[in-house]
Write a protein of this length. Sequence first.
Length: 583
Amino acid sequence: MSERRKIAAILAADVVGFSRMTGADEDRTLARLRVLRADVIDPIIASQNGRVFKRTGDGALVEFRSVVEAVRCAISVQNAMAERNVGTPEDQRIVFRVGIHLGDVVEESDGDLMGDGVNIAARLEGIAKPGAICLSEDAFRQVKGRLDLAITDLGPTNLKNIAEPVHAYSVEVGVAAAAKIAEPPRLALPDKPSIAVLPFQNMSGDPEQEYFVDGMVEDIITGLSRIKWLFVIARNSSFVYKGKAVDIRQVGRELGVRYVLEGGMRKAGGRLRISAQLIEAETGAHIWADRFDGALEDVFDMQDQITDKVVGIVEPSLQRSEIERATRKRPENLDAEDLVWRVLPHLRKWRPADCRIAIGILDQALELDPNHGLAHACLASAHMNCFWYAGFDQADKAAALSHARFVLAGATEGAHALSRAASVVTFLDRDYAAALDAINRALLQNPSCAYTHYVGAMIQAYSGNSGSVAQLANRALRLSPFDSSARLAHHALAMCALGEARLDEACAHFAREVHAASGVGYQYVYHAAALALAGRAEEARPIAQRGLELEPGWRIRMLSEIGLVPAIADKLIAGARLLGLPE
């Protein structure tokens, strides 16, 4: 048997107390674990370019090209499990231990890996706390400074059957993630969404960098001003706080804003670091924070990148906060804008029952404001979902297109409304020209709207114009990587790869789409069809079964009616038929 040596990042994981759980209820435990693998674990592994080379009853050994990808995968799995376990009795929770090591391994001809690199990862997993990750020193050295981790140094540690002590580090993530799942406090704030961008602090000690910091803040203010539903305080007002120690609550009162964006810059050698944070003015609660690094010689390019990134992330962060605020307001105090924010969580669930609730609320919004563009766009989406998932009622299709056309005919609609309407005329009417015109108009209004980039990538893919799909999708992911619409980027990239017969790449993107929004059945079916086309039918069958469990009414004929160009739709149909899915 041939073999070769190489350096690899190895992740070892298993379930805490698996024997006890199977002893109490083996069938239920194994069924839950299978669902978790399909819905959570395998898509996360695929999203970080991992390869499972060995499975055990309750765990797995996974190879990664880099330790950074291995640790990101482990953190995502542990955080996802913490969220899944909220409200579950303690004795029924599925909790993982994870060990990660970077070392020498032997790869056999069948793809199996052996050697100390594998053994040390497995032993580290054995000493990890439940819900935590244990790293060897070799692995820790690769991620130190690259990932923001809460680390406990365990020192030199004796591992079973390992000759020399291994310096180990513990990363605890799951419990912290579970603690974050809490309802934000109620906001007694102005009705109009509003924000002030304060002058960023120049913490570099170099007065020459003052122009850069101020210029970047002005660009951010300009970018946010393009968001039609947001009121942005002008530079002259927000810059009165320059050089002052401020109380965010006082700024909120004095400027009459609901949100404040603040930040600072540090310089070290030839590098710059920009930090930014979005805060609720009345409560002082942090909504979002991040930091950005770059080279001093690329200062203006870095300024543009940071501006795009901040604007792209702030918009969906504010949307989430506005949705939460609207759901907490008393019904008698709701205006048309509040009603629209209130329906967005229903629309994101896709289900006909939720969409019917949304339609009722949106009809009320149009009674208050008959020309509210986003209300019309959301009605278009709601009726479209009812058409697809509640029996193909032609009245729903007509209503969806009517509301979408109303938005597209408007001269002043915002980027989000135009993008939503564009997706409807794509799916229901294959009107790619009108859809792409709407996307171009939306990008002129707000070049940093991540949602527009996500939808634009999808429309280009559906129309068979593969040239700009990757550019739009990757820019969307860079602008707002944790957006709930991120699945659309992976969906577009998958369709594009499928149309160009890059089947393995299509499968990988479909897997990432499932991970980004598990629970939507058609995504599993598309993934399974692509796997079947790639000659991986056995791997595809359980994924297809999961899709049909989530969407029992799904049929192959729907693939010819979803707005895809026939060249791509026909491939999905062929893959679905290889698996014997219902016509």
